[in-house]
Design a binder for this molecule. Structure first.
Ligand code: HEM
Length: 503
């Protein structure tokens, strides 16, 4: 963040001191209010500490999140207070759950108990009509329509064909890179990001590769940089830049919506099949829950977050873990080569169902989701005192936040033997149906309940396709890289690998 320009009505040091004093007073009042809320209601929040005035325990949380063991913040407190404890994070009193049962109970609750809660910069950027913030009938409606679209065989077939042709072009370039000799490397994370972004954006808003796509992606990078930033909306701040970028993206998407409306009005576009998510949302908004252009465009931008972030990171992490586990890589390669052979023997190309039927490949993806914790947890706010059963019953007082911390559950030695080991074979014995539908307690990389990720099948499908084409066409040597976990999970150097085409 840049300080305010000197020479304004108030000098910068005086301004800063005034703001700091105001923040301190506000924080003390809020903390006293939090304490008295907890004391006034019969609610018994769990044991724990609210930390320092103003910042609570946020700085300790962030400093652990930047380390190679982000769960250390939660682990330390679990040892002291139990798996559900109280804290104070992102400016709010909070209950943190690292207990599988309590976490499941929170995920399964509806809006009569909890509503979504995010840090202020995120709320500001997503806007009121984002599915991530919406509650009640409107959230269920958008979720239902988007979920049905993402799960439809037509979309999966289209995404499969798009992925195949986009990967073929990328792989030609990798072959050319490999031919240049020593030192040339492919950055998996960058490649996965540009491929997945283009394909999902096409599925969302119907935009094809080209100048507008490049412009959108450029604006999206500025937008996403502000999601976890200081909640200050002044020129020069990241949040301000991100809001401006969102405005430019909204205008591009609203033009697409207007063009679609014009074509429908002129009777030029009466195609019964929805080609993208905008079509789905536009054609399902004629009753009292009509979906406005603003709601549609806001949500299209939110839906781009997994396209640029979560799915490419899942692909990249899978390749990192496979590179470090030759036995798993060998088994995955054999499984994929066998399928390729079978299909080419009968002269068929692979369908989306073929990719999803690769059992070991799915185990690799499941294990990557468990150990990689791309989304480490979710936050909610209690709209009333909520009793939660877990390791001992606790109450989350009205107005408090709850952080459901998936990461600690996914790395819990009581649930997974040797939890830090990448072991795809562990899923042979486990209930894979529960893992792939995300219904099993102790495995919630896609959340759960009414807000269960509607894109989970697509994420698995795109990852399977990427892995299939990589292992059947190339061998590689990974160059060293490390996972960074905050503010989002990613590979520090983008996972460079030196590829050699298979003959
Ligand atoms: C590795 C990939 C992915 C991961 C780890 C992931 C994870 C999650 C999680 C944990 C939630 C629950 C949030 C909450 O409860 O507040 C969620 C929700 C959501 N995800 Fe995903 N996701 C992924 C891919 C996708 C894809 C590909 C799409 C669609 C293009 C998508 C769209 C959404 C939407 C729209 C929601 C909000 C649902 C609602 O609040 O009703 N996600 N995701």
């Amino acid at each position: 963040m840049q300080p305010l320009a000197a020479g304004g009505a108030v000098s910068w040091p005086l301004y800063a001191a005034t703001v700091a004093a105001a923040l301190l007073v506000t924080a003390i009042v809020l903390r006293l209010a939090a304490r008295s809320t907890a004391a006034a209601c019969k609610a018994r929040p769990p044991a724990g500490s609210l930390g320092w005035p103003l910042v609570g325990e946020t700085l300790q949380f962030i400093s652990a999140a930047y380390s190679s063991r982000p769960e250390s913040f939660v682990e330390k407190r679990c040892r002291r207070y139990g798996k559900v404890f109280r804290s104070h994070l992102w400016g709010s009193p909070a209950v943190v759950s690292a207990d599988a049962e309590a976490s499941r109970a929170v995920l399964q609750s509806d809006a009569s108990a909890f509503v979504p809660w995010y840090p202020r910069s995120l709320m500001e950027l997503m806007g009121e009509s984002s599915i991530l913030v919406l509650g009640g009938a409107l959230q269920r409606r958008v979720h239902g329509l988007a979920g049905a679209f993402f799960k439809s065989p037509e979309l999966k077939a289209r995404v499969t064909a798009d992925m195949r042709s986009r990967l073929a072009a990328a792989m030609d370039a990798w072959r050319a890179t490999a031919a240049t000799g020593a030192g040339a490397a492919v950055r998996v994370q960058d490649e996965a990001k540009s491929i997945v972004f283009e394909i999902l954006v096409r599925a969302l808003i119907g935009l094809e590769q080209g100048q507008e796509m490049n412009y959108l992606r450029q604006q999206f990078h500025i937008f996403i940089a502000g999601l976890i930033s200081l909640p200050i909306k002044l020129p020069g701040t990241q949040l301000y830049r991100s809001l401006k970028a969102k405005k430019r993206m909204t205008s591009l998407i609203q033009n697409i919506i207007q063009e679609k409306r014009r074509r429908i009005f002129e009777g030029k576009d009466l195609c019964a099949v929805s080609r993208d998510l905008i079509d789905v949302l536009m054609s399902n908004g004629s009753d009292e829950l009509s979906l406005t252009d603003e709601l549609i465009s806001d949500n299209m931008i939110d839906f781009m977050i997994p396209a640029e972030d979560s799915v490419p990171v899942l692909i990249t992490l899978a390749i990192k873990y496979l590179s470090e586990c030759p036995l798993a890589l060998q088994q995955l390669e054999e499984e994929n080569m066998e399928l390729k052979r079978q299909k080419s023997d009968v002269g068929e190309t692979l369908e989306w169902t073929d990719y999803m039927s690769l059992t070991f490949t799915q185990h690799v993806i499941t294990e990557t989701l468990r150990i990689g914790n791309i989304i480490s947890g979710i936050m909610r706010k209690a709209v009333r005192d909520v009793e939660v059963k877990g390791q001992g019953d606790v109450v989350i007082p009205k107005g408090w936040c709850v952080l459901v911390y998936f990461r600690s559950v996914h790395l819990d030695a009581n649930i997974y033997d040797d939890p830090y080991a990448f072991n795809p074979w562990r899923w042979k014995e486990r209930d894979m149906a529960a893992a792939t539908t995300n219904s099993g307690s102790g495995f919630t990389p896609f959340g759960g309940g009414q807000r269960l990720c509607p894109g989970l099948d697509l994420a698995r499908l795109q990852t399977s396709i990427f892995l299939h084409h990589l292992v059947t066409n190339f061998t590689w040597v990974a160059q060293g890289d490390v996972v960074v976990n905050f503010p989002t999970v990613r590979l520090k150097r983008g996972m460079p690998i030196k590829v050699t085409p298979k003959t």
